[in-house]
Ligand binder design. Structure first.
Ligand code: ZN
Length: 165
């Protein structure tokens, strides 16, 4: 029995899909991160996973979502959208999310958790400070982590860490 508060069931369904996308990315030789956008009616409109293995390290799914939303949704639709993601947005993606005017963010695991795990596995920090979303985009409503999924995401990140040795 966990004493952590349970995640909203609808949120958990979408986060579950994000973690599956993250696993798909890892299995395809990429990094394990997955994200999707849900519109005001509750429909999933766009989903993607990390695609940095080709060498372009800006190809995060949250960034793709922001670009897609700017091209395909009205400002009102963007504000009413929710972005779900397996790992909290990095500063680049937080900024893109805010610049295109998207709504709430729900993540399964936080950047602070990822930083702590990676340090524990002896990995060097990345080139960008792991600022929480709220420090980059203070107007965005944020929910997370989802305790139900933390162990699974940690396991995916650990597989990546082992592979990059
Ligand atoms: Zn990012």
């Amino acid at each position: 029995m966990s004493i952590a508060p349970a995640t909203d069931p609808v949120d958990l369904v979408h986060l579950r899909r994000c973690v599956d996308l993250a696993r798909e990315g890892l299995d395809a030789g990429d990094e394990p991160f997955g994200s999707l956008l849900v519109d005001a009616s509750g429909a999933v409109r766009f989903e993607d996973r990390n695609r940095v293995a080709g060498g372009d390290h800006t190809r995060h799914p949250e960034f793709e979502i922001a670009r897609w939303a700017a091209a395909n949704l009205t400002p009102g639709e963007r504000r009413a959208s929710i972005v779900y993601t397996s790992g909290e947005h990095c500063p680049m993606c937080s900024a893109a999310h805010a610049w295109v005017g998207l709504g709430r963010i729900v993540y399964a695991t936080s950047s602070a958790q990822l930083v702590q795990w990676r340090a524990g596995w002896g990995l060097e920090p990345g080139p960008v400070a792991a600022l929480p979303i709220g420090e980059v985009a203070p107007g965005i409503e944020v929910t997370g982590p989802a305790p139900e999924l933390v162990d699974e995401v940690r396991e995916l990140q650990h597989r990546l860490a082992e592979r990059s040795r």
